[in-house]
Design a protein around this ligand. Structure first.
Ligand SMILES: *[C@@H]1O[C@H](CO)[C@@H](O)[C@H](O)[C@H]1NC(C)=O
Ligand SMILES: *[C@@H]1O[C@H](CO)[C@@H](O)[C@H](O)[C@H]1NC(C)=O
Ligand SMILES: *[C@@H]1O[C@H](CO)[C@@H](O)[C@H](O)[C@H]1NC(C)=O
Ligand SMILES: *[C@@H]1O[C@H](CO)[C@@H](O)[C@H](O)[C@H]1NC(C)=O
Ligand SMILES: *[C@@H]1O[C@H](CO)[C@@H](O)[C@H](O)[C@H]1NC(C)=O
Length: 476
């Protein structure tokens, strides 16, 4: 395989055909990946002793951390082509909410990777990996390449080894024929190892019974340091990171043509999930993404700012309870750092407090919400009695039903957020708070506003399709 790839150094597509041809004959594939939210008891990063309220606070912390990460990643605007090596990104403490369970090798070995929708390389801690001198301790065994008959190392000449002419091999280098990496995340890391390929076992039917093996390229890390916040929890089961961004080594881009650029997810309502025996979410790829008739689906296009891995949507305006804010055209301009990012890994939506044209959209949204609820004579919760993470809270009034909704007006489609997904409810204090966070710069449409909404990414046409659906039914 490596020999053929060597003769066609630029033929990434051919290479993909070759690695897949002995596995599947069909043109396109459908499969899914189980993704476990942190608030599920099944999650390796589940915190048993948090209360419902503490969990809701944590969603806000994670969102702020992710905003910081995405903002930093979005500031890399100079590069002209994709190259993981150019992206020196921090991994923000707490910026993780989802864990993917992957089965790698023949016979498979189970690994748990934190899902990072804006990272590239997929990697896991691998033998020979000394606890103490080489890797972080993990409760599950380290991946053992020797025990997998389908494992091989990636050769330096392999098209997926980022060492080709004209690329900046910042994190990658050739060591005795092996495609080695020393991967840093800002000041954190490194994660060091050899790029490898092995088969990865995915669920390939909607009922969750059949499985399929696909070759993927991943990093087999034998030296990992300075990533304490991912690995240093007691009883840690995590062993690495699953990147899903738009760089060539991410899982999504590796499988792009086989899945015809399509993936989809559906966020199960957070409240329904309590008390936390929630089932995993399902990340669906390729043929497993099935759209209902177009009359039931709304669609808009996403834009990618050159050199970035983020999905920006063209947001024109926002309405609160059906009244539009009347924002000037171009307020959410991604090229000027004020774009709206679609990011399911951010739990709570973030609205900009300072766009490039100096608007505090967050404040305008809050004022509209205050107008609505003050107008209904609901009583605001004073600062000292409300959680510090959410700024606008009201006491419940028995029988009150006039809840405010929110609409994101995208080019070509309105995205409607039902009132029940607008607020965090605090039963103990008998009040609710608006689930929104204000931050400088970019805005983020996060998972809280994706509840019971199927979202489909269609890479070939650069579209995002969405329609309301009961996401609780989307599981195995
Ligand atoms: C929750 O558990 C963790 C570790 O098990 C511990 O460090 C932390 O102090 C606990 N928190 C509370 C509020 O009990
Ligand atoms: C795995 O294979 C390598 C090279 O073949 C060898 O040096 C090493 O001892 C093996 N490790 C185990 C655990 O068998
Ligand atoms: C890659 O590294 C391994 C040990 O880490 C070594 O045994 C092997 O010869 C190297 N080269 C190739 C092409 O695999
Ligand atoms: C899933 O993969 C298996 C093994 O390759 C295959 O036999 C089966 O037909 C596939 N099922 C679907 C629904 O594609
Ligand atoms: C969605 O389905 C679940 C499980 O069947 C059910 O409990 C829930 O009430 C449904 N949600 C809506 C909005 O109908």
């Amino acid at each position: 395989m490596a020999g053929i790839a060597q003769n066609f150094p630029g033929a990434v597509f051919l290479f993909l055909v070759i690695i897949f041809s002995n596995l599947v004959a069909s043109e396109s594939l459908g499969f899914s990946l189980r993704v476990i939210p942190a608030d599920s008891q099944e999650s390796p990063i589940y915190r048993h002793n948090l209360t419902h309220l503490e969990r809701m606070e944590k969603l806000s912390d994670i969102s702020m951390a992710r905003h910081q990460v995405l903002t930093l990643r979005s500031s890399h605007k100079k590069s002209s082509s994709w190259d993981d090596g150019k992206f020196v990104e921090p991994l923000e403490r707490q910026a993780y909410y989802y864990v993917a369970e992957m089965k790698i090798g023949t016979p498979f070995q189970r690994v748990y990777l934190v899902v990072d929708t804006s990272a590239g390389l997929v990697w896991t801690q691998c033998e020979p990996c000394d606890q103490g001198s080489g890797c972080y301790p993990q409760q599950t065994p380290y991946f053992e390449p020797n025990s997998s008959s389908s494992y091989s190392r990636l050769h330096c000449n392999d098209p997926l080894c980022p060492l080709r002419k004209g690329q900046d091999p910042k994190f990658f280098h050739c060591v005795s024929g092996n495609c080695s990496y020393t991967y840093y995340y800002g000041f954190e890391g490194p994660s060091m190892g050899i790029l490898s390929t092995d088969s990865c076992n995915f669920i390939n039917d909607t009922a969750g019974y059949n499985r399929i093996d696909l070759a993927i390229v991943f990093g087999c890390s034998t030296y990992v340091r300075n990533l304490d916040h991912i690995f240093l929890e007691e009883g840690n089961k995590l062993s690495g990171i699953l990147g899903l961004n738009l760089s060539p080594l991410s899982l999504y881009k590796q499988l792009y043509d086989k899945i015809q650029g399509k993936f989809s997810y559906c966020v199960v309502p957070f409240e329904e999930n309590f008390p936390f025996f929630i089932h995993a979410h399902t990340l669906r790829f390729g043929d497993q993404v099935v759209l209902p008739p177009s009359s039931e689906v709304s669609s808009t296009y996403y834009t990618i700012v050159k050199g970035e891995d983020l999905f920006y949507l063209d947001l024109l305006d926002i309405s609160i309870a059906g009244l539009s804010l009347g924002l000037p055209a171009g307020t959410f301009d991604a090229k000027r750092g004020s774009g709206l990012i679609l990011d399911s890994s951010t739990p709570v939506s973030v609205i900009s407090t300072k766009t490039w044209n100096n608007l505090n959209v967050y404040e305008l949204v809050m004022l509209a919400l205050m107008g609505h609820y003050d107008g209904d004579n609901l009583v605001r919760v004073p600062k000292k009695s409300r959680p510090e993470k959410y700024e606008l809270c009201y006491f419940n009034r028995p029988g009150f039903t006039h809840w405010a909704t929110m609409t994101y007006h995208f080019r070509g489609a309105d995205y409607f957020v039902d009132a029940k997904f607008m607020n965090v409810h605090y039963a103990q204090g008998n009040f609710f708070c608006i689930a929104l966070i204000g931050r400088d710069g970019a805005s983020i449409l996060g998972a809280f506003h994706m509840q019971d909404m199927r979202i489909v990414h269609e890479g070939y046409s650069k579209s995002i399709h969405f329609y309301p659906v009961n996401c609780s039914h989307d599981h195995f």
